[in-house]
Design a protein around this ligand. Structure first.
Ligand SMILES: O=P(O)(O)OC[C@H]1O[C@](O)(COP(=O)(O)O)[C@@H](O)[C@@H]1O
Ligand SMILES: [Mg+2]
Ligand SMILES: [Mg+2]
Length: 331
């Protein structure tokens, strides 16, 4: 038997998120490092939330909290824990002057008025899956503030529109934990190595396949969908597409980005403007979709071109492989 070389025996750890961020930053000689630090702060929040999720059943932070958020949805204990963990990490990090969260009515001022950035976030996405051990996520969207540094942030910092995002991404707590983000130049994914406590580059320069054979939609609401969506779903069935729906946007989106597919959350009779929130669900995932070669539409045009009007605004969402999103819109 051939003797193993040192390379065979000592497999390299890979590129850590930290190193990757450092490298990307060295391509921009005038970068000051603040956005890099902010991405590290988000990764830290992700690690802490990952730990909380893993032990939720052991330390009584599973289940409903008995409260409702600003949108009238039941809050799970972990929704609140994730919200607090994120806010704390961003406050302590110092780069963010204000935060918009799904769990809070108004923006949260961090006290860091010198911070150049604001973050809109869904601290825990897929709340109905928390207690049943199914994939959930966190979603974030980053803007450079437009209000003067050293003063308080305000509404216009958050209502700049999806095209003004300087970075966006998500953390997926699934069969492994992953952080996926883009600063506009490609989309990269990092898998969390529990033993090292580090995110390691595992999915370099992700590209969404132009076509696919997976459709993800809550078919329980079928009769409540607009005609063009019903027709599209019928078309998916007649083309023998696979139906895959977790009910955690991050998980459904991630699978379709890697394998080729489409996620649909149309308007319904109950939610005529759609269920998903524009600023911290649709915009960031649309940013990732477009930067990976996919598409995101509200049925009329690109999600990123919707002019935002309010913090918790909702939108229909059709997102994934470009060819499939085009098929829905054509009707
Ligand atoms: O249960 P439904 O109506 O199919 O909705 C599922 C969708 O709602 C969401 O759970 C909304 O997100 P939150 O859990 O952050 O409120 C999405 O993740 C998911 O895709
Ligand atoms: Mg969500
Ligand atoms: Mg949520």
């Amino acid at each position: 038997m051939a003797t193993k070389t040192v390379q065979d025996l000592v497999v390299p750890v890979g590129v850590t998120l930290d190193r990757f961020i450092m490298h990307s930053q060295s391509a921009f000689p005038y970068a000051t490092g603040e956005l890099s630090q902010l991405l590290r702060d988000i990764a830290l929040a992700g690690k802490i939330i990952n730990r909380e999720i893993n032990r939720a059943g052991l330390i009584d932070i599973a289940g409903e909290n008995g409260t409702e958020n600003v949108q009238g949805e039941n809050q799970q204990k972990l929704d609140i824990v994730a919200n607090v963990r994120f806010i704390r990490a961003l406050k302590n990090g110092g780069e963010v002057c204000a935060i918009l969260s799904e769990e809070e009515e108004d923006i949260i001022h961090t006290g860091n008025n010198h911070g150049k950035y604001v973050v809109a976030m869904d601290p825990l996405d897929g709340s109905s899956n928390i207690d049943v051990n199914v994939s959930i996520g966190s979603i974030f969207s980053i803007y450079r503030r437009v209000t003067p540094i050293n003063g308080p942030a305000s509404i216009e910092d958050f209502l700049q529109g999806g095209r003004k995002q300087v970075a966006a991404g998500y953390i997926l707590y699934g069969s492994s934990t992953m952080l996926v983000y883009s600063t506009g130049d490609g989309v990269n994914g990092f898998t969390f190595d529990q033993s090292l406590g580090e995110f390691i580059l595992s999915h370099k320069n992700i590209g969404t396949p132009a076509e696919g054979r997976i459709y993800s939609v809550n078919e329980g609401h079928y009769h409540s969908y607009p005609k063009f969506v019903q027709q599209y779903v019928a078309q998916c069935k007649s083309r023998n597409f696979s139906a895959r729906y977790i009910g955690s946007l991050v998980g459904d989106f991630h699978r379709n980005m890697l394998k080729g597919g489409i996620y649909l959350y149309p308007s319904t009779k109950k939610d005529p403007k759609g269920k998903l929130r524009l600023l911290y669900e649709c915009y960031p995932l649309a940013f990732i979709a477009e930067k990976s070669g996919g598409k995101a539409s509200d049925g009329f045009g690109s999600i990123l071109d919707i002019v935002p009007e309010s913090f918790h605004q909702r939108s229909p969402l059709y997102i994934g492989s470009a060819g499939l999103v085009d098929d829905v819109i054509k009707g």
